[in-house]
Design a protein around this ligand. Structure first.
Ligand SMILES: NC(=O)c1ccc[n+]([C@@H]2O[C@H](COP(=O)([O-])OP(=O)(O)OC[C@H]3O[C@@H](n4cnc5c(N)ncnc54)[C@H](O)[C@@H]3O)[C@@H](O)[C@H]2O)c1
Length: 135
C-alpha cells in the first residue's frame, strides 16, 4: 500500500512508521515538527514539513501522488495543557484535523484511520496495581 502518515515524527507516529516500513509499504510523512523529532524519520522517507491545515501544500502532494490510506497521528496530547488552554487543542485536534480530512476528501483519499486520543480509557487497573491496592 501507499500510505500518507501524519505525525510520523511523534511518539505513536514514529512507531507506526517503523511498522509500515517493516511490512514493505510505501509512505510519505506530514509533520510540522511542533512536538516531533525529525531524527525519528529515516532519511530516505519523504517528509512534508507543514501543518495538517495547509491545504495548498498537502493538496499538491495529493495531486502528484495517489495514496491508499491516511493514517492520522498529528495532534496535541497533554491533558493538563488541554484543560488550561482548550482553544489551542480545539484548533489543532479538531479544526486542523477537519481541514486535513476535507483536503483528502477533495482529492479522493477517503480511507482514514484516526488515532483520536490517549485519554479515553481512564487509568486501567492492571494486576500490579490491583496487588498494590489490596495491600
Ligand atoms: N501517546 C499515547 O499513548 C497515545 C495513545 C493513543 C492515542 N494517541 C494519540 O495519538 C496522537 C499522537 O500522540 P503522540 O503521543 O504520538 O504525540 P506526539 O506529540 O509525540 O506526536 C504528535 C506529532 O504530530 C505533530 N503535529 C502536531 N500537530 C500537528 C499539526 N497541526 N500539523 C502537523 N504535525 C503536527 C508533532 O510535531 C508530532 O510529531 C494523538 O492524537 C494522541 O491523542 C496517543
Amino acid at each position: 500500500m501507499k500510505i500518507l502518515l501524519t505525525g510520523g515524527a511523534g511518539y505513536i507516529g514514529s512507531h507506526v512508521l517503523l511498522s509500515i516500513l517493516e511490512q514493505g509499504h510505501k509512505v510519505v510523512v506530514i509533520d510540522d515538527l511542533s512536538t516531533g523529532n525529525k531524527n525519528l524519520i529515516p532519511e530516505k522517507i519523504e517528509l512534508i514539513n507543514c501543518n495538517i491545515n495547509n491545504e495548498e501544500k498537502i493538496g499538491k502532494v495529493l495531486q502528484q501522488q495517489k495514496f491508499d490510506i491516511l493514517l492520522h497521528f498529528a495532534g496535541f496530547i497533554k491533558v493538563e495543557e488541554s484543560v488550561q488552554n482548550p482553544k489551542k487543542y480545539f484548533i489543532n485536534n479538531t479544526e486542523n484535523a477537519i481541514k486535513l480530512f476535507e483536503t483528502c476528501y477533495k482529492h479522493d483519499l477517503k480511507n482514514i484511520i484516526f488515532s483520536s486520543t490517549a485519554a479515553a480509557y481512564g487509568n486501567p487497573i492492571n494486576n500490579a496495581s490491583r496487588k498494590e491496592n489490596s495491600e
